[in-house]
Design a protein around this ligand. Structure first.
Ligand code: P6P
Length: 343
């Protein structure tokens, strides 16, 4: 029988570390710890319907959104899985307004972990796939403690990026700059196994677009023309598109990565900078997408070229198959620059 080797995430991390003479193991340590956190969060997400983890805490996060109990749990699991590793100088979480320092009793390291502990949490109660998103930067400031300078780096400076999708199966997808690799959790042995080696976006791509069309009246003229084109209503389309929208970024992006197409969250008159956050949603997904041969922009500029001015800064996001994202940008090029005026 053909002996197919089973590659665990741990083995993959070791082999990647071996291929980097300068590697000290600190980066591998971060990935190991994130893997442990992902397994714990996956267990809780998958049994949330059984135990009383559903429903809000009544707390509001910095985004002004009702915080689900699992959001808090996920943030705490990630923090406690990494705070003592000696690999990090600080962390940034969607659920916490300011930079999260490493407790004084633990050694500090040369990396920054930026994460959205449980994106799409509004879908928890209806059993729709949700996810964790992470981004890793190298410390650039002097001194041991992480500073805002270490956190506000352009996406092109990311050392690694990845997400965990808690869906029909739990998957971890990540890149450290040498291709994109997907692992599927086998809960019977508690291991992430390599299921999608060297993920590359399909060419030709599926003609699929993913957007919340309810906001059409609030979009720019260019965005509205783009939607007319995608629907074949402008008489120009040479191919027909289909629409898919889950309303959970990790799930919508994962489908786009595997099948092709475009995911869009444009700016609109109510959200002049869009809804999604640059640091821990758009930038990590953009690194993954570009490593898989795709394209990611804010409609004009590559996401990875944007330098954030605030840790919770928002950005419009167009991400997916290169040719489709580039086509979308041609429709937006005629829009006036700057935030959309309320109509
Ligand atoms: P809307 C979930 O709340 C989220 O942050 C992303 O996961 C998702 O892509 C987006 O918001 C959905 O937003 O406005 O369509 O509900």
């Amino acid at each position: 029988m053909k002996n197919r080797s089973v590659v665990t995430l741990e083995r993959h991390i070791v082999e990647e570390e071996r291929s980097r003479p300068e590697a000290t193991g600190a980066f591998s340590n971060i990935l190991y710890s994130l893997t442990l956190a992902a397994k714990i969060i996956s267990r809780e997400v998958n049994k949330a319907g059984i135990v009383d983890m559903l429903g809000g805490t009544g707390r509001m996060n910095v985004q002004g959104e009702r915080v689900q109990k699992l959001d808090l749990f996920a943030e705490d699991v990630i923090f406690r899985a990494l705070d003592h590793t000696g690999a990090l100088c600080c962390m940034v979480s969607e659920e916490t307004e300011d930079i999260i320092p490493i407790p004084d009793q633990f050694p500090k390291g040369k990396y920054v972990l930026i994460f959205d502990p449980l994106d799409g949490s509004s879908n928890i109660d209806v059993n729709v796939s949700i996810g964790t998103i992470f981004s890793i930067h190298k410390k650039v400031s002097d001194g041991a403690d992480g500073t805002i300078e270490d956190c506000l780096q352009a996406g092109c400076k990311q050392i690694a990026a990845g997400y965990v999708l808690y869906g029909s199966s739990t998957m971890l997808v990540y890149t450290s700059g040498d291709g994109v690799h997907g692992f599927t959790l086998d809960p019977s042995i508690g291991e992430f196994l390599l299921s999608h080696p060297k993920l590359v976006m399909p060419d030709p791509p599926s003609r699929m677009y993913s957007i919340n069309e309810a906001y059409y009246p609030r979009w720019s003229a260019g965005q509205q023309r783009l939607m007319q084109h995608l629907k074949g209503l402008d008489g120009e389309a040479t191919v027909s598109y289909s629409s898919r929208y889950i309303g959970s970024l990790v799930a919508d992006f994962h489908r786009t990565l595997l099948k092709g197409g475009i995911f869009m969250y444009p700016a609109d008159t109510k959200r002049p900078h869009g809804k999604l956050r640059l640091l821990y949603e758009a930038a990590p997904m953009a690194m993954i997408c570009e490593q898989a041969g795709g394209r990611a922009s804010d409609g004009r500029n590559p996401i990875l070229s944007l330098t954030p001015e605030a840790i919770h800064q928002r950005t419009p996001l167009y991400i997916g198959s290169s040719e489709i994202v580039a086509m979308a940008e041609t429709f937006l090029a005629d829009d006036a620059q700057g935030p959309l005026e309320s109509r």
